[in-house]
Design a protein around this ligand. Structure first.
Ligand code: PMP
Length: 460
């Protein structure tokens, strides 16, 4: 597939028709629609839209389509399974594919033996599962989460999210006994610490805040069930904490009998070049949450924990279609593909190629304030001024729009909506990565020179 290939200026006439129908029939709550892309089919890391335009995909459905599109092993697994049996509800009967997958996840995930799995359909409900497990197993109620965290949109996960307050507008009250603390973002943090130069200082400041302010005075410290964190904050803008942060956080957890729950919905399943993002930090979490890429985006999530935490009252974590035989087969195929095709190594190699290219843009362009990433999870932080680090959402939207016109699906993200987000399928080839990086640089140049008249929407 030659990519990119722009046959007609996007969005073309067929796409425009769907944009209208979408606006008429799909709830605005179901999406901000950052990009006017109407996919018809996909192959590898490319998407062909309804008008025949071929895009390179740096989004992979928000990091979910880890094996890309139309992967033959995945296609066969799903086709075979649907022709045998498509549903067998875990709440009533047994399900071979779910059991097989659970065993595999228990064996491959970091942490002690005797792990068990509960399944959901999305990252959001899995976060709710984790919350229930933590409260039930500890008989404690409070949870500490991090500012900038995105955990989902069910009531539990939305309550735990600390991202874009507007998403909670007129929907309260939310789940109680949750308190948010600053995330150790090396680039922008409340203490003004340069976390790249002084990572230990940043860890110390954050841990001190958690222990001496929050546990010291704000919450009843013997009633905290879990601390919930993303190993790298995804929607917050690919924020990578100092390497010692999670070890220090785990010490606090152990000291006060608090569970450490790690939300791997975005970072898990190879995204950062390892199976799980937390592996970069040398810590074994008590609870681990997976979603998105687990079944290559087909509607499966999982919570992994020691059996003493994972076992709750019979039936308290059931969802009718969760881990049905089709999505479980898709997950098994996804894990097989990643292993067979060495996609963890590909995520590392292609990711570092991209990171190196983007690092060069830091010196070249005043609007590129920061570049950060691990594996194929990368962000460019677009600013008005490198010194003040003031986020530039408008410029970000223009860059994304120009990239779209040139055939690259490049979304924006971030706490301030000002980051270019690079989360392509893990099958991305070096060639396509280079073309994508060329397009990003050209889009930056064009946006700076005032050539770009439109902008994509950004989170606000
Ligand atoms: N946790 C994290 C870290 C996420 O990035 C997301 C989705 N962006 C979620 C949870 C929620 O997942 P879902 O949209 O599948 O409910």
């Amino acid at each position: 597939m030659k990519a990119p290939y722009i046959k007609i200026t996007p969005p073309g006439p067929k796409a425009k028709n769907y944009l209208k129908l979408d606006q008429k029939y799909i709830s605005s709550g179901s999406g901000v629609k950052l990009l006017p892309i109407v996919p018809e089919y996909g192959e590898g890391s490319t998407i062909t839209d309804v008008d025949g335009n071929v895009f390179i995909d740096f989004l992979s459905g928000a990091g979910a389509a880890v094996t890309g599109y139309s992967h033959p092993i995945l296609v066969k697994a799903v086709q075979d399974q649907v022709s045998k049996i498509q549903h067998s509800m875990l709440g009533y009967t047994y399900n071979i594919q779910a059991i097989t997958l659970a065993q595999r996840l228990a064996e491959m995930s970091p942490g002690k033996q005797n792990k068990k799995i509960a399944f959901g359909l999305s990252g959001s409900d899995a976060v709710d599962i984790a919350l229930k497990m933590a409260r039930f197993s500890t008989k404690k109620s409070w949870v500490i989460t991090f500012i900038g965290a995105y955990h989902g949109q069910t009531y539990g996960s939305a309550s735990l999210s600390q991202f874009q307050g507007s998403l909670k507008k007129d929907m309260g009250p939310f789940v109680s006994n949750i308190v948010a603390v600053p995330y150790p973002d090396p680039y922008r943090n409340p203490w003004g610490i340069d976390g790249y130069k002084y990572p230990d200082k940043l860890t110390e400041a954050t841990i001190n805040y958690v222990e001496n302010y929050i546990l010291g005075h704000v919450v009843p410290r013997d009633d905290v069930a879990m601390i919930l964190a993303e190993p790298i904050q995804g929607d917050g803008g690919t924020l990578i904490p100092p390497s010692n942060f999670f070890k220090e956080l785990k010490k606090i957890c152990d000291k006060y009998g608090i569970l450490l729950a790690i939300d791997e919905v975005q970072t898990g399943i190879g995204r950062t070049g390892t199976w799980f993002g937390i592996e970069h930090f040398g810590v074994e979490p008590d609870i681990m949450i997976l979603g998105k890429g687990l079944a290559s985006g087909m509607g499966l999530s999982a919570v992994i924990a020691h059996k003493d935490i994972a076992d709750t009252t019979n039936g308290s974590l059931i969802f009718t279609p969760a881990a049905n035989p089709i999505v479980s087969s898709a997950a098994i195929a996804t894990l097989d593909i990643i292993e067979k095709e060495k996609l963890l190594a590909n995520s590392q190699e292609v990711g570092s190629l991209l990171l190196k290219r983007f690092m060069k843009l830091l010196d070249k362009y005043a609007i590129v304030g920061d570049v950060r990433g691990k594996g194929l999870m990368i962000a460019l932080d677009i600013v008005k001024d490198k010194k003040t680090k003031e986020p530039d959402r408008e410029m970000t939207g223009k860059i994304c729009w120009r990239a779209f016109e040139m055939g690259l699906i490049l979304p924006s993200i971030g706490f301030y909506g000002n980051c270019l987000r690079i989360v392509p399928p893990l099958v991305l080839t070096k060639d396509l990565a280079e073309i994508g990086a060329d397009i990003i640089e050209q889009a930056i140049k064009d946006a700076i020179s005032g050539k770009v008249k439109k902008a994509t929407s950004t989170w606000s």
